[in-house]
Design a protein around this ligand. Structure first.
Ligand SMILES: [Zn+2]
Ligand SMILES: [Zn+2]
Length: 236
């Protein structure tokens, strides 16, 4: 944080004492009892395309053709107000202390669905474009991904996938298959050898259209990654 951000955080604490986003009690942004309550409410995993309940988050065989990602794991539906408020507070109000409870909610979803990550899976947070990183001062996906990777004993890689454009360009999977060469435009991989042959878990706070995850996955696969899964706090 730069001096301005520190001063701003200090001023915000004085002006707006912390209240739990769940029960509104003063003292924390998410009290232990509310964290416990919503941990019990994490979702059963579904096919990311047709929402068929399957406990794995994998695409059905007939749905797979629409995405380069094999599974999209999620903790909540984006229309659930509490998780959405928590993500919003982290991302747009810089309430970084919410990153760790959000990571633990992902952990709760992993346990509830008995999901297992293959050994040596790499956790890769969706990067921000450098311009947005400068404006925001932090990458929420990285703040969530760091405790998540530690909890699951997985390595975290934050400096190999980079974002070249500021917004996802809505490339479709069939476009990708037709003209592989120019479809990794939104993201690029600096050191392909580090991802070659590896299983990668892309992590982000939210996925609504799946466009960002898909585009990042194209770049990872083009770099030689074996397969790509996605995991997000909230799925649209
Ligand atoms: Zn509470
Ligand atoms: Zn399906």
């Amino acid at each position: 944080m730069n001096t301005f951000q520190i001063a701003k955080t200090f001023a915000m604490d004085l002006l707006f004492p912390k209240h739990c986003f769940g029960c509104k009690r003063e003292g924390t942004f998410l009290c232990a009892s509310c964290l416990n309550d919503i941990s019990d409410k994490v979702e059963i995993q579904r096919c990311p395309a047709c929402s068929h309940r399957n406990f794995t988050g994998a695409f059905c065989r007939s749905c797979q053709k629409i995405s380069p990602i094999r599974r999209l794991l999620f903790a909540f539906n984006y229309k659930d107000p509490l998780p959405r408020d928590l993500i919003h507070a982290l991302k747009y109000h810089g309430v970084k202390e919410l990153a760790s409870p959000l990571a633990s909610l992902l952990g709760a979803a992993v346990r509830k669905n008995a999901l297992v990550f293959p050994k040596h899976t790499l956790v890769v947070p969706i990067p921000l474009h450098t311009k947005k990183m400068r404006q925001r001062g932090f990458n929420q996906a990285e703040l969530i991904g760091t405790p998540f990777a530690a909890e699951h004993g997985l390595a975290l890689v934050t400096d190999n996938l980079i974002r070249k454009t500021n917004t996802a360009s809505q490339v479709t999977f069939s476009d990708f298959k037709e003209k592989k060469t120019n479809m990794q435009d939104a993201f690029s991989v600096l050191r392909p050898q580090e991802f070659a042959g590896r299983r990668i878990l892309l992590i982000d706070d939210v996925s609504t259209s799946r466009a960002t995850l898909d585009e990042a996955a194209y770049a990872l696969l083009a770099a030689g990654a074996l397969l790509v899964w996605g995991i997000v706090i909230a799925r649209g």
